[in-house]
Design a binder for this molecule. Structure first.
Ligand code: LLP
Length: 421
């Protein structure tokens, strides 16, 4: 459920008409609903209660500081994968004790900065990284809390580019080698083992792969405890999928996911951490775009919109589907037209949808891409020298620009011509 609904014939974000935002900000832009973000976060906390838990929002899905503040103020933790993300979480007022640091390639500088600023735990992805963390911590005279990310060799049954839990993927330490890795970690002076971490992929639409991975984590936890390690926390990663179409998809709900976690791991007495990104942010955001031209091609009509693959790369990168709806409410049973919806970038891959049936649309009309909150703005680039587009946050009947559209001057002035040219 989200808070993007038609009211009085016009698409609204909560109490604000999308057309009013477009008039003020210009198109294209991203818009996020605070109420939807809040609701999705709360679904997870309710689903995991009464277990002791922390829902760490995966910032990589949507990292605007204002959005992080909405979630941080509700008590959310944050899952970060770079010091840039760490600093964003801090800028949103999230304390270090609620930030977990994941990612396969943390540099020594990043490790140092996180230790200095405070960190809940590092999710360690390899033996060399473990040694680096110990070294940096020892040099600073502190002890770094760690969980080791294990790779359970489970097929997440999702898009190959976002599956992470198979042994051929670069992520984590193979679960068969985990006991040896924990033994090494325990012997290193700068580390304190606090838990086990796992994340098997993104946009999972079934619970079975999660359950298979969590059962392996359960077994490992019991073994590690027998080996004398203190496993107080289990970080179960993110990955729960969302419906991208309104009609035919019904991925498991956070309630079902939470119930399964309680059933599989609830008796271990460990604090549960999860790292959902998409389920919190995905359906909390729209990309709003204006129609530049309607071009009648041979056997097809193109809707040329002012958003492009540089603003939302998911369709061209993963063949992802995003529902695209008009901002003016269509008349039920009214005439429709089949469109290929494309952006202005000079690549055939700059295609958002093919043969999409939409109400008749004309130059200047507005359309909204649904489910664009996750992996939308954060994956944007300036390809074709198109400045990054603004982000807007709505709460009730108020809205604010939370990232401004840079001017062309600002974009170009980042380039420097050497004096010898
Ligand atoms: N934790 C870790 C360690 C991750 O690598 C990820 C996502 C998450 C949590 C959050 O997963 P989520 O709950 O959002 O599924 N750009 C792709 C998705 C990449 C996901 C990367 N890792 C897309 O647009 O579909």
């Amino acid at each position: 459920m989200d808070h993007f609904l038609y009211q009085d014939g016009a698409l609204h974000a909560e109490g604000v008409a999308i057309a009013d935002i477009a008039a003020k900000v210009g198109t294209p832009f991203y818009v996020y609903s605070s109420a939807t973000l809040t609701r999705h976060f709360q679904l997870f906390t309710e689903a995991l209660s009464p277990l002791q838990h922390l829902v760490c929002f995966a910032i990589k899905s949507l990292s605007n500081v204002a959005v992080l503040k909405v979630l941080g103020d509700l008590g959310a933790g944050m899952d970060v994968v770079s010091i840039g993300e760490y600093l964003r979480a801090k800028a949103a007022g999230v304390p270090g004790e609620r930030i977990v640091f994941s990612g396969v390639g943390k540099t020594r500088d990043e490790i140092r900065a996180a230790l200095e600023g405070g960190i809940r735990q590092f999710n360690v992805e390899s033996e060399p990284e473990m040694r680096a963390i110990s070294e940096v911590a020892t040099a600073l005279g502190v002890v770094a809390p760690i969980a080791i990310r294990v790779n359970p060799d489970v097929d997440a049954k999702t898009h190959e580019k976002i599956a992470t839990g198979k042994s051929e993927n670069k992520f984590g330490i193979p679960i068969a080698k985990a006991r040896a890795a924990y033994a090494e970690a325990a012997a290193l002076p700068g580390l304190k083992i606090v838990g086990v971490d796992v994340h098997i992929g993104s946009q999972l639409t079934e619970l079975a792969p999660f359950e298979a991975a969590f059962l392996k984590v359960r077994e490992l936890t019991l073994q590690l405890r027998e080996d004398g390690h203190s496993i107080e926390r289990l970080d179960l990663g993110g990955g729960l999928g969302i419906p991208y179409t309104r009609s035919n998809e019904a991925p498991p709900l956070p309630t079902d996911y939470g119930a399964m976690i309680k059933r599989v791991l609830g008796d271990l007495g460990a604090e549960i951490e999860i790292e959902p990104g998409r389920l919190i942010s995905g359906n909390s955001g729209l990309l709003v775009s204006g129609v530049i031209y309607v071009k009648n091609g041979e056997g097809r009509d193109f809707l040329i919109v002012d958003a492009a693959m540089n603003d939302l790369v998911r369709p061209s990168m993963y063949g992802a589907h995003h529902d695209i709806i008009p901002v003016v409410e269509p008349v039920p049973g009214g005439p429709t037209q089949s469109f290929d919806i494309v952006g202005p970038v000079c690549e055939t891959g700059d295609t958002f949808a093919k043969s999409r049936e939409l109400p008749l649309l004309a130059e200047g009309d507005l359309v909204a891409f649904r489910s664009a909150g996750a992996y939308g703005a954060v994956m944007a680039s300036e390809y074709n020298s198109r400045p990054l587009i603004p982000e807007v946050l709505v709460q009730g009947d108020q809205f604010a620009v939370i990232r401004e559209r840079p001017s062309y001057e600002e974009m170009i002035s980042r380039d420097k011509i050497p004096e010898w040219l």
